[in-house]
Design a protein around this ligand. Structure first.
Ligand code: NOJ
Length: 602
C-alpha cells in the first residue's frame, strides 16, 4: 500500500470512529436529557385524598337514627372503593352534643351514642388493614362546660383556677348594682362571648356556644394537657389531627387593671349588634401568640414519631383567616414549622356559582403563590359547616369541581357525599338542631345560619332512610332527593358522579399529578384550563366550563399541549367518552361540563 493510501485509510478510519463516538456521546447525552427525573418518594399524606366523615350522619349501625363508629367500620370499604387514602372523623369524643361533638366533656373517652373505646380500636384496626389512615378531630380551643376541667375551674379547684378565661364584671357607672360584660366581644354563634357564672361570681369567655368555654392558653398546665390529649390518641392509633378553630386560641389579655379593650364596630349595617361581624374582630382571633402553640404541637408529634419510629403524624389546621395569617400555620421565617397544611377554604369563601373562569384561575393561583416554597397545597370544597358543594355552586358542576380537586397539586379533601353529588337537605325550623341557627335565628330566617342542611344523613341507597338507618326517624331528616341521588344507584350505571370520582382518584397515581408542574388559566370568560405536566411523563389536563351557557374554545395555541388529546373522563352531561380524541379547535363545552384529557409529554 502506498503512503497516500495509508494516509487516506487512516483519515477515513478516524472520521468513521469520530462519527461513531460522536453519535454514541450524543445518544448518551440525549438519553440523560430525556431520562425520567428522579422522583422524590412522597410521604403518605402529601398526595392523598382525605375523606371527611361526619360520624352522626354517615351510617347508623344500631338503628337509633344516629350514626356511630360501628357504622363507619362496617362501611370502610366504601372509602377504598372510592379510592381515598385517609378518613378524618369529626369529633367522636364524649359530649353533651350542644355543638355536635365540638363541645367535648371528656377528651379521653368515646361518645356513648357513637360506641366504645373497643369500637374505636376495631375501626382503626380495620382501617389499617385496608390501607386507610385515620385522622381525628382535635378541639383544643374549648371544652364543654360539663367537662371536669370546667367544673373544677368554676369551683376554683387548685390547679384549675386559671384553666379558662375568667374575668370580673365591669361596673356600670349609671347603675351600681348592674354587672356589665368585660368587653363588647361577640361570639361566633351570636351574643356576648362573656357568660356569668353564679358559682364563681365571674364571667367566663366562650367564642362559640355558651356551653363551650374557651381554655386559657396562657396557662402552661392547659398547654401541657392539650399535648397529652394528642399523644393519647396517637398511642391509640390516630395518624394525625384536624385541629379545630385555631384562630381563636388566644384573646387580647386584660390591662394591668383587669380591663379588656372593646373592639371597633365594623359598620356592617346588615348585622344585628349581637352577631359576629358587627365588630371587627381584632381581639378574638389571629393573635400572633397562637402560632407558637401550633409550632410546639408540631414538635410534639414529630418527636413522638421519631421516638417511636413511626410514620408521620399530621396536623391539619382549620383556620378561616386572611392569606398571610393562614400561611403562617405552615411555618415562619425563622424556620419553625407548624401544621402540615392549613385548610384551603378558598373554593368555599371566594368562589360561587357566579364565578367566572378567571375567578377560578385567580383563586387557585392565589393559594399556590402565597404557599411557602416546598410545602403541600390542599383543596376543600365543602364540610359540615358549609352549604354542600352542588348547592353552593350548581348541580351541573359536581364533576368539574371533583376533577379540579383531584387534578390540582397536593391533597384533595372530600366531604362525605361529594363523591355522589349530594346537595343540602331541607331541615324545617321544628327539626333544626344546629346551635348556630337556634341561637341566632327564628322560624323565618334560621336557614341563613343553620348548618343542618349540609349534615343530613348519607345516601347509601333508596331504601328506608336512604340506607343510613333502619329507623325511619333519624336525628336529622334524610334529604328528599335520596331516591335520585344515592351511592347504589350511581354504582349501578356506567356513567355517574361516583364512577367519575373513582376514575379521578385512580388517575392521581400518574406522575404528572403526583409530582408535576401546573398551569392554570382562563381560556375564555367561562372555561378554565388546568394542565399538569412533567417532562417525559404523559400530560394530563382538564377544561371546565364554569358558566351557564355553552362555550367554544381553542386549545391549539397552548404550548403545553400537543396532539392527540384523548378523553380520560368527562362529566355526566358530556357527549364525550373515555378514549375519544378531542379537537384542538372549536371544542364546545356544555354548561358545567368538564373534560379530563391525556396528552403526550410536553
Ligand atoms: C369549627 C367546627 O368545624 C364547627 O363545626 C364548630 O362549631 C366550631 N369550630 C367550634 O368548635
Amino acid at each position: 500500500m502506498s503512503w497516500k493510501k495509508i494516509v487516506l485509510s487512516s483519515v477515513l478510519t478516524a472520521v468513521v470512529v469520530g462519527v461513531v463516538v460522536g453519535v454514541v456521546v450524543w445518544a448518551v447525552m440525549r438519553e440523560e436529557e430525556v431520562a425520567p427525573p428522579e422522583l422524590r418518594k412522597l410521604d403518605w399524606w402529601e398526595h392523598t385524598v382525605i375523606y371527611q366523615i361526619y360520624p352522626r350522619s354517615f351510617k347508623d349501625y344500631d338503628g337509633n337514627g344516629i350514626g356511630d363508629l360501628k357504622g363507619i367500620t362496617q362501611n370502610l370499604e366504601h372509602l377504598v372503593d372510592a379510592g381515598v387514602g385517609a378518613l378524618w372523623m369529626s369529633p367522636i369524643f364524649q359530649s353533651p352534643m350542644i355543638d355536635f361533638g365540638y363541645d367535648i366533656s371528656d377528651f379521653y373517652a368515646i361518645h356513648d351514642e357513637y360506641g366504645t373505646m373497643e369500637d374505636f380500636v376495631e375501626l382503626v384496626k380495620k382501617a389499617k388493614e385496608l390501607g386507610l389512615k385515620v385522622i381525628l378531630d382535635y378541639v383544643p380551643n374549648h371544652a364543654s362546660t360539663y367537662s371536669d376541667y370546667f367544673i373544677n375551674s368554676e369551683n376554683r379547684k387548685q390547679g384549675y383556677e386559671d384553666y379558662f378565661v375568667w374575668a370580673d364584671y365591669k361596673v356600670d357607672p349609671q347603675n351600681a348594682s348592674a354587672r356589665l360584660v368585660p368587653s363588647n366581644w361577640i361570639s361566633q354563634f351570636g351574643g356576648s362571648v362573656w357568660e356569668w357564672s353564679e358559682k364563681r361570681q365571674q364571667f367566663y369567655l366562650h367564642q362559640f356556644a355558651i356551653e363551650q368555654a374557651d381554655f386559657n392558653f396562657r396557662n402552661q398546665a392547659v398547654k401541657d394537657e392539650m399535648v397529652k390529649i394528642m399523644l393519647y390518641w396517637i398511642e391509640k392509633g390516630a395518624d394525625g389531627f384536624r385541629v379545630d378553630a385555631i384562630p381563636h386560641l388566644f384573646e387580647t389579655a386584660p390591662d394591668e387593671n383587669g380591663n379588656y379593650p372593646d373592639e371597633p364596630l365594623s359598620g356592617n349595617m346588615f348585622l344585628r349588634p349581637d352577631q359576629a361581624g358587627y365588630t371587627t374582630q381584632i381581639h378574638v382571633r389571629d393573635l400572633i401568640e397562637l402560632y407558637d402553640v401550633v409550632y410546639d404541637w408540631r414538635t410534639a408529634v414529630d418527636e413522638w414519631a421519631k421516638q417511636n419510629g413511626s410514620e408521620t403524624k399530621v396536623l391539619l389546621a382549620e383556620a378561616y383567616a386572611n392569606i398571610s395569617m393562614t400561611m403562617l400555620y405552615y411555618g415562619d421565617e425563622k424556620g419553625r414549622v407548624g401544621a402540615h397544611f392549613p385548610f384551603n377554604f378558598d373554593f368555599i369563601t371566594a368562589l360561587s356559582a357566579k364565578s367566572s373562569a378567571r375567578d377560578f384561575a385567580y383563586v387557585i393561583r392565589h393559594w399556590l403563590t402565597y404557599m411557602p416554597q416546598g410545602r403541600v397545597a390542599n383543596w376543600v370544597f365543602g364540610n359540615h359547616d358549609q352549604s354542600r358543594m352542588p348547592s353552593r355552586f350548581r348541580d351541573d358542576m359536581v364533576d368539574g369541581l371533583n376533577s379540579l380537586n383531584m387534578l390540582l397539586p397536593g391533597v384533595a379533601i372530600t366531604y362525605q357525599g361529594e363523591e355522589i353529588g349530594m346537595r343540602d337537605g331541607f331541615v324545617s325550623w321544628e327539626d333544626t338542631k344546629d346551635v348556630a341557627a337556634l341561637n341566632q335565628g327564628n322560624a323565618s330566617n334560621y336557614l341563613e345560619f343553620s348548618r343542618d342542611p349540609c349534615r343530613t344523613p348519607y345516601h347509601w341507597n333508596n331504601s328506608t332512610s336512604a340506607g343510613f338507618s333502619t329507623n325511619v326517624t333519624t336525628w336529622l331528616p334524610v334529604a328528599e332527593d335520596y331516591k335520585e341521588i344515592n351511592l347504589q344507584a350511581q354504582k349501578d350505571v356506567s356513567v355517574s358522579h361516583f364512577k367519575i370520582y373513582q376514575s379521578l382518584t385512580k388517575l392521581r397515581k400518574e406522575v404528572a399529578l403526583s409530582h408535576g408542574e401546573y398551569d392554570v388559566q382562563a381560556l375564555t370568560q367561562n372555561t378554565l384550563l388546568l394542565v399538569r405536566y412533567l417532562r417525559t411523563y404523559d400530560t394530563y389536563g382538564l377544561v371546565f366550563n364554569v358558566g351557564t351557557v355553552a362555550d367554544t374554545i381553542n386549545l391549539s395555541g397552548i404550548t403545553l399541549l400537543s396532539e392527540p388529546l384523548t378523553v380520560y373522563t368527562a362529566s355526566v352531561q358530556s357527549s364525550r367518552s373515555p378514549g375519544n380524541e378531542l379537537p384542538m379547535e372549536n371544542l364546545t363545552l356544555q354548561p358545567g361540563e368538564v373534560i379530563v384529557f391525556k396528552a403526550p409529554p410536553t
